[in-house]
Ligand binder design. Structure first.
Ligand code: XUL
Length: 533
């Protein structure tokens, strides 16, 4: 017997779908990816005026907004694409979703009815255009809420208190400070807001035709959830904006079943009316599952629009440096995460500056002498989250601006070194790192990673662990509801390719050179940060 499960990942620059098939053979079952597709926002939805999924920050205030209607249009377009590609959606048992973290969608009093009454004869975009109390959604790239972060921090008793309560200090992109800014700047629109969703709860709300709760994985990225109780913290809600508790549904567990697919999707695209929907989670918690990090011992790195470094935690452990976050893991446990904003866009900036192809970019790295003769780039092409840099500006030490190879090497060595350096507090010396995200297909980048971390690096057949993780979460929820006690560990074990040719091993000489490089980088970064205080 075969069953299918779908994962949808609504990320910054694209919306992607992953379908897995479970094949039962006697008392054993195994699963594999049978379909993937991705719709890039620049390519398909530039009519929203976005670049790389985000509206231009014309005022230069550090705001990063995206139109929620673009995500709606992308969702329907993905179903049209699956239909055109001949995917049989009738055997999909359950859909799991993931979204870029922290981004919020503000719905008015008409949203519930509009979602519940969607007609298959009209488009989603047409039918949902009136449901917003705020036209554009703040997303994780936003750095405009320092004032609100300070206000919430003070009300809650200081940075350490906020971190102990919510799992993170107040960060500009987190949803709580964003809600506070919205309330302060447009109290009338805030008052008209009936429901606040995260991107990760908005997408499954459309699929199920009813507003669904936020899960504890992504809820932890708001500075609003009590991290140990996995419930809203009323102190944090009060410190953020009046009446906020009435705009949020209670937090839910990621592995519950939240509903079934709405008639819009079953009638229009042939999904079975009993196809289940589970609560959405953040793209990083979803990647944790997709990469198989359901127990300690291995580190995960995602090289996407943001670069993130994460690890499974059985219990919440707070970062003494205040730079990392504790989020919920979809397994019911926790994860530690560091987020670097200058990920793929910084790599692309260097590639574009020297008009390189990705092949040229890689060959620059393959010829590089590790440590770049101590030439250093601090790659703050945009503002940065770790370390906190609120004004963009690339700083170069000893780098020749006309030397493409030196710049390529400098940006990659800086990114990997920064990740290793800022995760030292975790005290992990991983033997293996599992990687995902678009740039995880680049072997030369993985070689630098292996050398900087002195660890083996393994990738997957898919570069979208978040979509895969959501499909696996859907599978787990259905098996659990049917009384089959299959562990996440069993479900995820087959997706990492452990064959010899997929392992990028550290090279002893390069490891030593990059260890020395890390100390020089540490000094330069400290000096730079001291200079911008
Ligand atoms: C994590 C974060 C980013 C977004 C990108 O805290 O801000 O990784 O989730 O999608």
């Amino acid at each position: 017997m075969t069953q299918k499960f779908m994962g949808i990942d609504s990320s910054t620059q694209s919306l992607s779908v992953t379908i897995i098939e479970q094949i039962d053979q006697g008392d054993k079952c195994f699963s594999k990816i049978i379909y993937e597709c991705s719709l890039n926002f620049n390519e398909h939805f530039s009519h929203y005026g976005i670049k790389d999924g985000v509206l231009p920050d014309t005022a230069g205030t550090g705001e990063a907004l995206s139109p929620p209607q673009m995500w709606v249009e992308a969702l329907e377009a993905a179903f049209h694409k699956m239909k055109d590609d001949g995917v049989d959606l009738s055997s999909v048992q359950c859909i799991g979703t993931a979204g870029q973290q922290h981004g919020s969608v503000y719905l008015n009093s008409t949203a519930s009815e509009a979602l519940g009454g969607l007609s298959p004869t009209a488009s989603l975009v047409e039918q949902l255009k009136g449901i917003y109390a705020r036209a554009n959604s703040p997303i994780w790239m936003d750095s405009s809420t320092s004032v609100e972060c300070a206000e919430i921090t003070e009300a809650l008793g200081g940075p350490k208190a906020v971190c102990a309560l919510t799992g993170s200090e107040c960060f500009e992109r987190f949803t709580g400070p964003q809600i506070r800014k919205f309330y302060k700047n447009d109290v009338s629109a805030y008052t008209k807001t009936f429901d606040i969703c995260l991107v990760s709860s908005f997408i499954p709300s459309i699929l199920s035709g009813k507003i669904l709760p936020i899960d504890s994985g992504d809820g932890a990225g708001m500075n609003l959830m009590d991290i140990t109780k996995k419930e809203w913290s009323y102190d944090a809600l009060e410190a953020t904006a009046p009446g906020l508790s009435s705009k949020l549904l209670p937090i839910t567990a990621s592995h519950s079943i939240a509903g079934t697919v709405s008639p819009f999707f079953s009638k229009k695209f042939g999904l079975h009316p009993d196809c289940k929907i589970i609560p959405g989670t953040g793209d990083n918690p979803s990647s944790l599952v997709g990469l198989g990090l359901v127990k300690t011992g291995v580190l995960g790195i995602s090289l996407g629009t943001s670069d993130t470094l994460f690890a499974f935690l059985p219990q919440p452990v707070v970062d003494p440096t205040g730079q990392s976050h504790v989020y919920g893991s979809p397994t019911g446990h926790y994860m530690a995460l560091l987020c670097f904003k200058n990920g793929s866009l910084a790599r692309e900036a260097v590639k574009n500056q020297f008009a390189l192809s990705w092949d040229n970019f890689s060959s620059c790295l393959s010829k590089a002498v590790p440590g770049n003769k101590s030439c250093i780039m601090l790659p703050f092409f945009d503002t940065e989250i770790v370390p906190r840099v609120l004004k963009a500006g690339v700083k170069k030490y000893g780098i020749d601006d006309s030397d493409a190879a030196q710049n390529v090497q400098a940006v990659i060595e800086a990114q990997m070194t920064s990740m290793a350096m800022h995760s030292e507090w975790m005290g992990l010396t991983p033997k293996q790192i599992y990687v995902t995200g678009g740039a995880s297909a680049n072997k030369q980048i993985l070689q630098v990673m292996a050398n900087v971390f002195n660890a083996e690096v393994l990738s997957q057949e898919t570069t979208n662990a978040s979509g895969l993780g959501s499909a696996v979460r859907a599978q787990h929820a259905v098996l659990k509801a049917a009384g089959q006690d299959v562990s996440f560990d069993e479900l995820v074990s087959g997706y990492i390719n452990t064959s010899e040719e997929n392992i990028t091993r550290p090279q002893a000489e390069a490891v030593a050179a990059l260890k020395a490089f890390r100390e020089i980088y540490r000094v330069k970064e400290r000096e730079y940060l001291a200079g911008i205080q």
